[in-house]
Design a protein around this ligand. Structure first.
Ligand SMILES: [Zn+2]
Length: 438
């Protein structure tokens, strides 16, 4: 009996069922859980006398953590304009007892806490900047227990969390084996393209072995980011002589060429993104031209492409570049008898590499175990954060949650409430200690 010889329609049903089962399998495989070895390690750390004392200190520091949080939130810090907040944060880290605090060439605050062995360096990062431009009212308003202010979660709470961890380590007299490098990083948000963290990894004087960012918009402490969504951004500018729409008719029209490029890109990218790991593309802004009866001398657009997978990010990038080039060649060939060729200037204005810290990497396992220790539901995520850079360099990195509850990040209505916020701080402390040893 040849059970493989099925009528075509039945074969399709079987294939359908098999692939559905496969998808369920994949989903189940992605549901993370804490493993026994790391749960035991975290349990042992949590039971340590000094760590118990650090936990008590973190609870006692709650009003202080809140004061730091509000104080920092009320210092405006748009990307590239973090200087005042950086100076304030530096002072707080010094007062908290860091060994050596400095500000590097791009404005990152770097605070060292030396380990007893100090062969490795564990980075603990929160970003100084917020998405809000200069002039935004950043006064923190209180509505019951809820704090409202632009940037109150993302990432001012992260700064306060890291500061409290340092205070707790100092007050509980915990010596770690490895070095801790506490970072208040600049330009995580917006068009800054992770300038702060990129500069750190270019600095030959600093070698980072693992990386923990504290960032996000509030939520469960079991939401662990172990993968970075990569992005590539372009500004494309098409230029030509420009002229009167009637008198100079026939001259190359930059808008027409640009529109053709968008059409070819959308057509091909739509097919490409219809299957496979999530990959996105977006023409976000378009501009140029002077009046309805003028052939524009310039036409421009800004484009954003993202993917969870580095290979797919490269592939959609190729599709984009080919589409623009195709439009340029084709359009200029069409108008060549009447017009000088239009020029196309393709400027890459952003690049965040993507990648994943594997789920079986100790840093990820320890993060899951630390969240499980507090009974939090566990999940692993893709997100675009400072961790993108170490992940792309093969350095284990995770982004951990801020603790507490929050919402509306990047909106003027951003809020945060201290709902079991101390638990989030303790969880990150456990991950730091698992990494740095004691
Ligand atoms: Zn953030």
């Amino acid at each position: 009996m040849n059970h493989l010889r099925l009528p075509l329609h039945r074969a399709i049903v079987v294939v359908g069922i098999l692939s559905a089962l496969l998808r369920v399998d994949q989903i189940l495989a992605q549901q993370p859980s804490a493993d026994a070895t790391n749960l035991k390690l975290i349990q042992q750390l949590a039971n340590h006398k000094k760590v118990q004392s650090a936990f008590t200190i973190i609870d006692a520091l709650e009003p202080q953590t809140l004061r730091d949080h509000i104080y920092l939130a009320e210092i405006p810090a748009p990307p590239f304009k973090e200087t005042v907040r950086a100076a304030a944060y530096k002072k707080l880290l010094e007062e908290a007892g860091a060994d050596d605090v400095s500000i590097d060439s791009v404005g990152n605050v770097l605070a060292w806490r030396k380990g007893t062995i100090g062969k490795k360096t564990i980075a603990l990062d929160a970003h100084l900047d917020t998405v809000f431009p200069e002039g935004t009212d950043v006064t923190v308003k209180h509505r019951g227990d809820t704090l409202l202010a632009p940037g109150i979660c993302d990432d001012t709470r992260g700064l306060a969390v890291v500061l409290t961890i340092l205070r707790a380590l100092e007050k509980a007299q915990i010596e770690t084996k490895e070095n801790l490098l506490i970072i208040g990083s600049v330009v995580e948000e917006g068009a800054g393209d992770l300038r702060g963290v990129k500069a750190l990894f270019r600095n030959p004087a600093i070698k980072i072995d693992s990386w923990i960012s504290v960032d996000g918009g509030g939520g469960s402490i079991g939401d662990i980011v172990n993968a970075g969504t990569g992005s590539i951004r372009y500004k494309v500018i098409v230029r030509g002589p420009g002229g009167h729409s009637w008198a100079s008719f026939g001259l190359g029209n930059p808008h027409h060429l640009l529109a053709r490029a968008v059409h070819y890109f959308d057509e091909a990218a739509n097919v490409y993104t219809a299957s496979g790991l999530k990959t996105s593309y977006n023409v976000g802004r378009i501009g140029g031209g002077t009046s309805v009866n003028s052939i524009p001398f310039e036409s421009w657009m800004e484009v954003d492409m993202r993917s969870e997978d580095p290979q797919r990010l490269n592939e959609i990038n190729e599709i984009f570049l080919k589409s623009v080039e195709h439009a340029r060649v084709e359009y200029n060939a069409q108008t060549q008898s009447k017009s000088p060729a239009l020029t196309v200037d393709v400027q890459r204005i952003g690049y965040r590499p993507s990648g994943t810290t594997p789920a079986d990497q100790p840093l990820v396992k320890q993060s899951l175990a630390a969240a499980a220790h507090f009974g939090a539901p566990l999940s692993l995520h893709f997100e675009s954060t400072n961790s993108n850079i170490p992940i792309s360099l093969g350095i284990p990195a995770v982004t951990l949650n801020l603790g507490g509850q929050g919402g509306n990040p990047h909106a003027l209505s951003e809020w945060w409430v201290n709902d079991r916020g101390a638990e989030g701080i303790k969880m990150i402390l456990l991950v730091v200690l698992a990494q740095a040893g004691m």
